[in-house]
Design a protein around this ligand. Structure first.
Ligand code: ADP
Length: 191
């Protein structure tokens, strides 16, 4: 199973990504988590990425693309994967198409979590208190939502044209949303 999960910051992608990936027995690959791990370890990639992340901007495509290419080439992703937070730009869509084509496989579905914007800002501010992520301040949250609307939301249309979008209401408690996701994805044929 090769899946993407999309939705605005705060839609609950990370939480649901792990459950969905476990369900299908594939790794959940979160670009945000990989960047944060690199920031934490002070790697050159982390030092570079941090400048953008702290401002709510996207890390340049070239850096992100190379990182994802390496990650999905690892053995645990051979049977499939769920990407969380990638692609986020049109250029990343094209790159990902190339990466998947090269393996002779195809993308099976793009799960889109829908939420309302006010709820999202509230969730992110609450997460800021709990996790202390440096990009969860109110200004940066607003910027991240803006960048999402400009750069990433249009990708949903691209995947909808390919007939890949599975839209799920992301409002409600975690278990409820998870059940909706499983119901929606269980009818997707696996390649
Ligand atoms: P969010 O809660 O905003 O969805 P993520 O944990 O997915 O957060 O990502 C955090 C930050 O990491 C983003 O704001 C961005 O700076 C960077 N990032 C993650 N994925 C990508 C990507 N595909 N392209 C560029 N930057 C990315």
């Amino acid at each position: 199973m090769r899946l993407l999960i999309m939705g605005p910051p705060g839609a609950g992608k990370g939480t649901q990504a792990k459950a969905v990936a476990d369900h299908f027995g594939v790794p959940a690959i979160s670009t945000g988590d990989i960047f944060r791990a690199n920031v934490g370890q002070g790697t050159p990639l982390g030092v570079e990425a941090k400048r953008y992340m702290d401002a709510g901007e996207y890390v340049p495509d070239e850096i992100t693309n190379n990182m994802v290419r390496d990650r999905i080439a690892e053995p645990d992703a051979e049977q499939g994967f769920l990407l969380d937070g990638y692609p986020r730009t049109l250029a990343q869509v094209t790159e990902l198409d190339g990466m998947i084509d090269a393996t002779g496989h195809q993308l099976d579905a793009v799960l889109v979590l829908t939420v309302d914007t006010d709820a999202v800002v509230g969730r992110l501010l609450k997460r800021a208190e709990i996790e202390g992520r440096p990009d969860d301040t109110e200004d940066v949250i607003r910027r991240r939502l803006e960048v999402y609307a400009e750069e990433t939301e249009p990708l949903i249309e691209v995947y909808a044209t390919r007939g890949l979008v599975v839209s799920v209401d992301g409002m409600g408690d975690i278990a409820e949303v998870q059940q909706r996701i499983f119901d929606a994805l269980d009818s997707v044929p696996q390649s």
